[in-house]
Design a protein around this ligand. Structure first.
Ligand code: ATP
Length: 270
């Protein structure tokens, strides 16, 4: 059976309300929402709608979430794929799969294509001779560039890509008419952590002693994904103890557990 090339979601429920903090990034992607919703407004004076935007930032900071929210806000289909899966799964056929993806996205336009971990496909060409042949990856990358260049002015497919390694990307990707807009998505500060906690505490039964300011203070360096994890862990810890609501101590235990996990991850890397 054929492995799946990409996910297609034609009814995205994610909205900007689900994305906490990231005010600057949200403002920038609001433009993309407007381009998708009322392209005529923007092309009426001869301007061309951008084809691509690159979300740059550390893991777990909400890049995928933000891209999805753009689709949800604009009410357009969301085609998504991961660069690393792509390179592993489609040896020999990467380029033709890219062609399929763009064909489908164009048929359903206005639409968004989201490529997570674009660096797996888009590393600078000709710089990894050590790892053997990289023709396959380069063919895939070239096809991606060809597809983006081939969009007519009224195609209205916008490609959003995400990376935490913008420095290693092939400069050809960033050229005008491709991913010429870079949007930075950083780790949350204390105020943003509080907002992210608010989002992820919504579905949780909270005990009286829970204090969101305190939680935000206890979690410097945490990403949005880490905070989502803390909330979930805390709820599981409390449930395991047969509690009726999740309290401060459950959160502290969850924070410890996540910090333990983060330390382990860092050990493996170093
Ligand atoms: P990666 O680079 O690892 O793919 P990412 O930046 O794409 O990470 P997401 O996959 O969007 O991160 O985030 C994972 C989860 O973390 C989200 O589904 C959400 O639950 C939570 N999260 C991350 N950032 C935020 C945020 N700003 N607001 C609310 N939730 C967030």
């Amino acid at each position: 059976s054929k492995a799946k090339l990409f996910d297609e979601n034609t009814d995205v429920k994610t909205s900007f309300k689900d994305v906490a903090g990231l005010e600057g990034a949200k403002e920038e992607v609001q433009e993309i929402v407007d381009f998708l919703k009322t392209p005529e407004k923007y092309t009426s004076l001869g301007g061309k709608i951008p084809k691509g935007a690159l979300l740059v930032g550390p893991p777990g900071t909400g890049k995928t979430l933000l891209a999805k929210a753009v689709a949800g806000e604009a009410k357009v289909p969301f085609f998504s794929l991961s660069g690393s899966d792509f390179v592993e799964m489609f040896v020999g056929v990467g380029a033709s799969r890219v062609r399929d993806l763009f064909k489908q996205a164009k048929e359903k336009s206005p639409s968004i294509i989201f490529i997570d971990e674009i660096d797996a496909i888009g590393r600078a060409r000709g710089k990894n001779a050590m790892s053997g042949s990289n023709d396959e990856r380069e063919n895939t990358l070239n096809q991606l560039l060809t597809e983006m260049d081939g969009f007519g002015t009224n195609t209205n497919v916008i490609v959003i890509a995400a990376t935490n390694r913008a420095d290693i990307l092939d400069k050809a990707l960033m050229r005008a008419g491709r991913f010429d807009r870079q949007i930075f998505v950083d780790l949350p500060d204390i105020v943003e952590r509080k907002e992210i906690f608010e989002v992820h505490l919504r579905p949780i039964k909270k005990a009286e002693d829970l204090d969101i300011d305190f939680l935000a203070r206890q979690t410097p360096g945490f990403s949005g994904a880490d905070i989502a994890n803390v909330c979930n862990e805390a709820a599981l810890i409390a449930a395991r103890k047969g509690k009726k609501a999740v309290n401060k101590q459950d959160f502290l235990d969850a924070v410890d557990r996540i910090i333990g996990g983060l330390e382990k991850k860092n050990k493996i890397i170093t």
